[in-house]
Design a protein around this ligand. Sequence first.
Ligand code: HEC
Ligand code: HEC
Ligand code: HEC
Ligand code: HEC
Ligand code: HEC
Ligand code: HEC
Ligand code: HEC
Ligand code: HEC
Ligand code: HEC
Ligand code: HEC
Length: 316
Amino acid sequence: MTRWWLAPLCVVAVTVAARAAVVMPAAQQAPQAARAAQQAAPPAGYAGSDTCEACHSDKADSLKGTPHAQTKNPRTPAATHGCESCHGPGQAHVDDDAKGHIQKFGQIKPAEINDTCLSCHNRGNHAGWEGSGHERRNLSCATCHSVHSPKSTERQLVKATETQLCATCHRLQVSKTERAVAHMPVREGKMSCSSCHNPHGSISNVKNLKTGSSVAELCTSCHTEMRGPMLFEHAPVRENCATCHDPHGSSNDRMLAVRMPMLCQRCHIASKHPATLYDKDQITTNKSNRMFGRSCVNCHSNVHGSNHPSGQFFMR
Ligand code: HEC
Ligand code: HEC
Ligand code: HEC
Ligand code: HEC
Ligand code: HEC
Ligand code: HEC
Ligand code: HEC
Ligand code: HEC
Ligand code: HEC
Ligand code: HEC
């Protein structure tokens, strides 16, 4: 089905195209003019929401109080074509005994659903949708949102909470946030997946991250004290905080991805001390003064980098 009714929303573009047609080579004029005429046509074929409501009062009721029903905002369906802003012009449907000729969201392709919603939601947070992981894997706006029967109190989600929504497909990450050490605010409900991710995709960053252009930039947008540049930088900290921390949570102190001292020894196997990897014996009997408690960071306490003139070993 062609959704030509989505186009008349851009009245300005139509006017410009119509003007441009005047000075265009003859070969291009015909299709341009045809399209302009089609777009400029009055909304023939529309029945109006009142007509729809007569037979589908339940659907009309379900919109009440939602942002889409607000007539004061000129961008809403209520202020434009009502039901038909999303379902398309419906006069043919009203006239059809078989009740076809209408956009049925349960029966169309994800891309067609997305086109409908993106005709209004294509800016700001939504500008990164095209090409995002979710778009590529055929999710649609209606996978996560319900226009008529949302389960959440905010954002019209198909589940009661955002965490439950993400958990339907990302059980691993959600269960990590339930581990012993996680971003405390996540468990307390002060932070959520969307504090770090934009489910609609990201223009600037990897993994749908909503801020900055790298993992480190995302993290330091809140953890400003870790933001560089520093006099002595620790290479992995600038590269990717997730080398050492699991952003979703872990069973180790401070959400460390691996336990100390292994965390450091993954890279520092050739340092002068300790001469060898700590073995099980040393770990269990604490023979080494470098092993107890916080291990390497007992001495190298500024592992995120140092601004101290003699901080080259991150000891101060
Ligand atoms: C004269 C009564 C009547 C009017 C007016 C009417 N519809 Fe329908 N509509 C029906 C019937 C009957 C069906 C098929 C049975 C059903 O699924 O409810 C239907 C089906 C639909 C469906 C598909 C439902 C499904 O489950 O697949 C949509 C969407 C729909 N109508 C939207 C609209 C819109 C939008 C308007 C206004 C432009 C409208 N209808 C006007 C009677 C009507
Ligand atoms: C903002 C877009 C939007 C508006 C406005 C809207 N709908 Fe829907 N409608 C949907 C979507 C999306 C679905 C799929 C189920 C859902 O999301 O709740 C749907 C589902 C339906 C269905 C069930 C069949 C189907 O397509 O799955 C009917 C019937 C229906 N709408 C009628 C209406 C009527 C009548 C109005 C006006 C009173 C209306 N809708 C306004 C987007 C919209
Ligand atoms: C005719 C334009 C239009 C269309 C089409 C449209 N929307 Fe909206 N929608 C709006 C406006 C305007 C708002 C109010 C907030 C804003 O300005 O972004 C809104 C708000 C929302 C919200 C926020 C709800 C909240 O509680 O904060 C969601 C979610 C949403 N729309 C989803 C959809 C989905 C899914 C579709 C496609 C099925 C869709 N919209 C189609 C105009 C539209
Ligand atoms: C993977 C699930 C998911 C998909 C797919 C999805 N959304 Fe959302 N959407 C959310 C969540 C979660 C929120 C609330 C958190 C936030 O604002 O980022 C939200 C918020 C919104 C809002 C309100 C806040 C804002 O940014 O204006 C709108 C409007 C919206 N979505 C529209 C859409 C449209 C249109 C699509 C399809 C192109 C879509 N969503 C696809 C999960 C999703
Ligand atoms: C219906 C299933 C589904 C839901 C619900 C869902 N996702 Fe996804 N998500 C996917 C799929 C499929 C991928 C792509 C995985 C891949 O390509 O490896 C993905 C990828 C991602 C990625 C990685 C993106 C990338 O570029 O690699 C992030 C981050 C993500 N989702 C976050 C979320 C968040 C946050 C929510 C809840 C708001 C959510 N997802 C809800 C299915 C889902
Ligand atoms: C504190 C910020 C933060 C929060 C909160 C967060 N994430 Fe992430 N997430 C990240 C970062 C950073 C990455 C990239 C990690 C990497 O590159 O190793 C990521 C990666 C992902 C991926 C992609 C995994 C892969 O291997 O490609 C998914 C899926 C995901 N997160 C889902 C979620 C879900 C679901 C939630 C909510 C339960 C959530 N995230 C909460 C920061 C966060
Ligand atoms: C939206 C803001 C925000 C973002 C983004 C964020 N954090 Fe946090 N982080 C917090 C808050 C708030 C706390 C709790 C602080 C407190 O309790 O003092 C915290 C705590 C932590 C802790 C300490 C946990 C503990 O056991 O004390 C670590 C480690 C951490 N974050 C790492 C990261 C990493 C790595 C990233 C990037 C993947 C990141 N954070 C992104 C807000 C954020
Ligand atoms: C080389 C490994 C490593 C990298 C990379 C790393 N951290 Fe850490 N981080 C640690 C260790 C080890 C601790 C525990 C320090 C302690 O116990 O004193 C820690 C602790 C923290 C804490 C808890 C508060 C504190 O000062 O102890 C936060 C917050 C934190 N890191 C954020 C970040 C951020 C943000 C990044 C990226 C910019 C990052 N970390 C990169 C190893 C690392
Ligand atoms: C992902 C690899 C990686 C991890 C994990 C890592 N480091 Fe590093 N570290 C480096 C690199 C690369 C350098 C820079 C080495 C150089 O300049 O010769 C460095 C430099 C250092 C230095 C300064 C050495 C010098 O010669 O300037 C110290 C001290 C140090 N790291 C301690 C630690 C500690 C303690 C941990 C665990 C909390 C840790 N590192 C984890 C890669 C890592
Ligand atoms: C008892 C304090 C102490 C502990 C514990 C400690 N270090 Fe050090 N480290 C030092 C001192 C002092 C230096 C300065 C150079 C030197 O004397 O070798 C240093 C230097 C370094 C250097 C740079 C020089 C080199 O040898 O390559 C690295 C890398 C390093 N330490 C890694 C680690 C790692 C990894 C651990 C944990 C397995 C650790 N350190 C535990 C005190 C300590």
